[in-house]
Design a protein around this ligand. Structure first.
Ligand SMILES: *[C@@H]1O[C@H](CO)[C@@H](O)[C@H](O)[C@H]1NC(C)=O
Ligand SMILES: *[C@@H]1O[C@H](CO)[C@@H](O)[C@H](O)[C@H]1NC(C)=O
Length: 449
């Protein structure tokens, strides 16, 4: 039984590969079909489990406060029962959908669950973004945007329509004063262009980008879409709110919500991150293609619409999920460890077989892309379709950490927190915080930079 699905996928890939050889080479590399899981050795005390952080898909460092923010689940079984992003629709019962927002102190490795004010769920968490409240001194308060995959009452309700989408996926906006134990629900945001939301990049409390990670939500076409990197069927949507509004307004999820396509015709657009090249630099991954697009936000002055212009593409050797930018606070003239961190499965090929299992090892690889010193080459538009090998001529990609699945099940986000070299006898080291949508906990491991 086991293996039948991946054999089918391989046959499919080989067939497509005859048509397009570059695709086949990349498929072999990124899917990990011939790759044995590895496991980075760690000294005692260099591996910490952050308790009370179940199935957190995304993780963000809020630099002004030095705190990590994440959105988690209530139970390790949740993602198997209901999680539309991986085609799990078995149990749409909303009572148990009790996702959480949590704050992790990277110094104590303790996680605090934020009490949600004015919000009672259901809450099925996925990507988040955290930005400073522009009306308060920096670091005092934040807005948290969080994807929420609620079951669609039009599908599951009394006179449910089987043709209606199973998930009514929305974005929740919260406000949190740093140090407090609560997050106040500001409003729910929905627009017909938000279909399969995965991750968020917020510019301000009233402007954000959200990826739709798939065109097909289920079935064979969805599998083809996952495997076939030429299936450039996904997009990033730019959303503008007339005002952040208030949950009490009671005028619906789509009140004052305007949306337009910001980036499209790319494969499996998934994770979003803020880049290192200033305010408007945006990182967008094509997850199962193992590509990261470095883009810039370009505004149209007359309409207020914003689009993403891809500047270059970085190739990774595995699928890559949510990217994060590490800004090295201890950089000096000769050593700067700043770069982009992103992680994904060692054997993406096993994804479909493993995701529904209670006990399985899902090995992971964490990559770091650092700008090549000196030369900076301009790259052509040919890389936009993600098929040209050699994308990312300006970046060195190296393996930062790997796990065979025993310490972490799945890895969807990874964030570096630098350690003061004085505490490490002058060595440049960092805590790497890792999390996965099917992980039982966030973990932290000490790595060399
Ligand atoms: C998490 O819980 C385990 C088991 O109770 C404990 O050994 C460990 O110290 C805890 N981690 C932290 C960061 O407190
Ligand atoms: C910069 O940092 C590196 C790594 O800690 C160190 O080896 C080097 O001496 C530092 N350079 C300067 C100019 O301080």
């Amino acid at each position: 039984m086991a293996g039948r699905l991946s054999i089918a996928i391989v046959l499919l890939a080989v067939l497509l590969g005859y048509v397009y050889n570059v695709f086949l080479q990349r498929f072999i590399q990124v899917s990990g079909i011939f790759r044995e899981p590895g496991s980075t050795e760690l000294a005692p005390g260099e591996f910490v489990v952050v308790n009370g952080t179940i199935g957190c898909e995304d993780l963000h460092l809020h630099e002004p406060s030095g705190l990590l923010f994440t959105a988690c689940e209530d139970d390790v079984a949740s993602r198997r029962k209901w999680f539309p992003p991986i085609e799990h629709f078995a149990n749409p019962s909303t009572e148990r959908m009790k996702g959480k927002l949590e704050v992790i102190d990277p110094k104590t490795f303790e996680a605090k669950v934020l009490e949600l004010e004015g919000f009672s769920g259901p809450f099925v968490t996925h990507g988040i973004d955290v930005i400073d409240d522009p009306d308060r001194p920096q670091g005092e308060a934040v807005y948290i945007f969080a994807v929420n995959h609620k079951p669609n009452p039009e599908h599951y309700g009394e006179n449910g329509d089987a043709k209606a989408p199973k998930s009514h996926s929305v974005v929740e906006l919260f406000h949190h004063a740093i140090g407090s134990s609560t997050a106040r629900h500001v409003r729910t945001i929905w627009h017909p262009l938000i279909v399969t939301p995965n991750d968020i990049f917020a510019e301000s409390p009233t402007s954000f980008f959200v990826t739709n990670d798939y065109y097909y939500t289920e079935g064979l076409l969805r599998t083809i879409e996952t495997v076939f990197s030429m299936a450039g069927w996904t997009n990033v949507v730019h959303v503008r709110l007339e005002n952040p509004g208030s949950a009490e307004d009671g005028d619906g999820d789509s009140a004052g919500v305007h949306a337009s396509i910001a980036l499209e015709k790319l494969h499996n657009l998934n994770g979003l991150g803020h880049g290192g090249g200033g305010q408007g630099e945006i990182l967008v991954t094509s997850c199962s293609s193992g590509l990261l697009h470095v883009g810039e936000v370009v505004g149209e002055a007359d309409t207020g619409k914003k689009v993403i212009r891809v500047k270059e593409v970085i190739e990774f050797a595995s699928p890559v999920d949510n990217p994060s930018y590490f800004r090295d606070p201890y950089a000096n003239g000769t050593f700067d460890a700043s770069g982009i961190v992103s992680s994904g499965p060692t054997r993406g090929i096993d994804f479909l077989e493993s995701k529904g299992k209670e006990f399985v090892l899902d090995p992971n690889m964490v990559w770091k892309a650092t700008p090549k010193s000196g030369k900076k080459e301009k790259e052509g538009d040919g890389e936009r379709d993600g098929t040209v090998a050699g994308g990312g001529k300006n970046w060195d990609v190296s393996l930062l950490f790997e796990d065979d699945g025993r310490r972490l099940r799945t890895s969807s986000a990874s964030v570096l927190v630098a350690i003061d070299p004085n505490e490490e006898g002058g060595r440049r080291r960092a805590w790497l915080f890792l999390t996965g949508y099917q992980a039982s906990n966030v973990i932290a491991v000490k790595v060399d930079l």
